[in-house]
Design a protein around this ligand. Structure first.
Ligand code: FES
Length: 79
């Protein structure tokens, strides 16, 4: 399973095994490390990856997911 975690005022953290990141042509990016973070502020010099520039530009984005949380797939079910 791959998880994309929206960081408050920051990047998107991509966690999981067997992750592949491709561009609009289907060309694959080399992933220097796992997990890795994608830029959300648009200011990174390493796009699509985050280089922490968001901290310097005071990027603000803190919208939590709405509604009830989705339980993890391995959570016990209540019947
Ligand atoms: S979100 Fe980190 S540099 Fe853009």
């Amino acid at each position: 399973m791959v998880t994309l975690k929206i960081r408050q005022n920051g990047s998107i953290l991509v966690e999981g095994e067997d992750v592949k990141l491709v561009d609009w042509n289907g060309n694959e990016y080399y992933l220097p490390q796992k997990p890795f973070a994608l830029c959300r502020c648009g200011q990174s010099k390493e796009r699509p990856f985050c280089d922490s520039t968001h901290k310097l530009c005071a990027f603000q984005a803190a919208e939590p997911a709405p509604g009830p949380r989705v339980p993890p797939p391995d959570a016990p079910t209540t019947t």
